[in-house]
Write a protein that binds this ligand. Structure first.
Ligand SMILES: [Zn+2]
Length: 431
């Protein structure tokens, strides 16, 4: 076995000097990288130059991350449209096509230029933060075909760390179990739900998950990770599981550290949270769309709109990293609604409900009264409670904590909420 004894899984860093930069130095660093990529992209990416010219901007107009607001956001639909008109990349590539190593094809279809030398930091930073160490034998069960995630991003990042990769790809659950057992793999990359399949298959095959398998750490991505699933897998397999977030177009945009305290933004990306209607940055702590900028010269996407909603926080993380963190992914922009200027989403209302086991069903009703939005959380209880006023104020507190807006709780009779009702019902009119 290659260097299989990996002892230290305490807090670790991939690029410590960057990860612990003091706030002011981090801003200087990001602003300097931003100016560099804007100048580069303006010169080498036809699509970016056109975008800047369309609003009368020159590279010198973009000096700091605040200036990003001036540049129109590029959405995935626009990327697809421009690629169709001007294949293969719509002019977004920053190097001649002959210099690429690979071209990836993601659902859409969207073409992604794959670089000869992989420089992205995010996934490697995330895996080390989760506990991956040089010498780990890692099974990579993400799909290797067509899309860039498994091959370009995860495989290369494992190599950057010094891990040994088993490129097993998706499917063949029984074979995956046999591979894990035979090679004593210590690390897992893939979805959490596929890891659950593997664990259940191994049990079915009569294996002891902790003795016959040797998994210690896992990096999961590409789907929502419910805490209940995480703790079930960690408990069953005796391993630590941390998640990462990103897109095929722009790479890693967030990763959890060992403290499991939101997702740190990697040091080679700028993440803004914006109002999707105006493209303007919202205050830290307020929800909005994740818009990202990379410093990658091969595919220099600047202000890419992910369509995902989140909240950015800059409070200190006990792990020592100073990067801002995405609190969590709240859902898609197109499912969100605004209440008193803030986005609310079914993912948040579910979270509120999950904190109170007394709730059997709920719906949120939005109304307007004297030109003000009102939010009512209608709740059906599983059974009568002895102190309804206390429960009411507890749920209202959860609403404030999770959704950042005030809402009133109204207990309704069992069956009062119609079956199949929307979780958020918007009854507002603006006459
Ligand atoms: Zn941290």
């Amino acid at each position: 076995m290659p260097r299989s004894q990996v002892a230290d899984r305490g807090p670790g860093f991939f690029k410590k000097n960057l990860e612990i930069l003091p706030h002011k130095k981090r801003l200087d660093y990001l602003n300097q990288k931003l100016r560099g990529i804007v100048q580069y992209a303006y010169k080498h990416s036809a699509a970016f130059k056109k975008k800047m010219d369309s609003v009368g901007l020159k590279p010198k107009d973009i000096q700091t991350t605040r200036d990003l607001e001036k540049i129109p956001i590029t959405k995935k639909t626009e990327l697809m449209e421009l690629q169709r008109k001007n294949p293969p990349f719509g002019g977004f590539e920053g190097v001649p096509i002959a210099e690429l190593r690979r071209i990836y094809v993601s659902p859409g279809p969207i073409h992604e230029p794959g670089e000869a030398n992989y420089h992205e930091l995010g996934w490697a930073q995330g895996m080390v933060a989760a506990g991956f160490r040089p010498g780990d034998v890692a099974i990579n069960t993400f799909s290797y075909h067509m899309v860039p995630f498994a091959l370009q991003m995860i495989d290369n990042s494992l190599h950057q760390i010094g891990c040994v990769t088993i490129p097993s790809g998706v499917g063949n659950t029984e074979q995956q179990v046999n591979i894990l057992k035979a090679l004593k793999a210590t690390a897992y990359c893939g979805t959490a739900s596929f890891l659950l399949n593997i664990a259940e298959k191994a049990e079915e095959m009569g294996l002891d998950l902790r003795k016959d398998l040797n998994l210690k750490v896992g990096c999961v991505a590409t789907e929502m990770l419910p805490e209940s699933l995480r703790s079930r897998l960690e408990e069953k397999l005796g391993m630590v599981i941390r998640q990462g977030y990103g897109t095929a177009d722009i790479g890693c945009l967030g990763y959890e550290c060992i403290r499991k305290n939101g997702m740190h933004v990697p040091d080679d990306k700028i993440v803004e949270i914006v109002d999707p209607n105006t493209g303007k940055q919202v205050e830290h702590g307020k929800p909005g769309e994740i818009v990202a900028t990379t410093f990658d010269k091969v595919y220099p996407l600047i202000r890419f709109g992910t369509g995902d909603l989140s909240i950015l926080t800059e409070t200190a993380c006990p792990c020592g990293r100073t990067s801002p963190r995405l609190e969590k992914i709240l859902g898609r922009v197109d499912q969100a609604t605004k209440v008193r200027g803030l986005f609310i989403h079914p993912g948040q209302t579910d979270e509120v409900a999950s904190k109170h086991p007394q709730i059997s069903r709920y719906r949120v009703v939005l109304t307007r009264k004297e030109h003000k939005d009102e939010m009512t959380f209608q709740v059906e209880l599983k059974e009568e409670v002895s102190q309804p006023e206390k429960l009411k104020s507890e749920i209202e507190q959860s609403i404030r904590n999770v959704m950042k807006v005030r809402g009133e709780v109204q207990f309704v009779l069992e069956g009062a909420i119609p079956t199949g009702a929307h979780k958020i019902e918007d009854r507002r009119t603006w006459e």
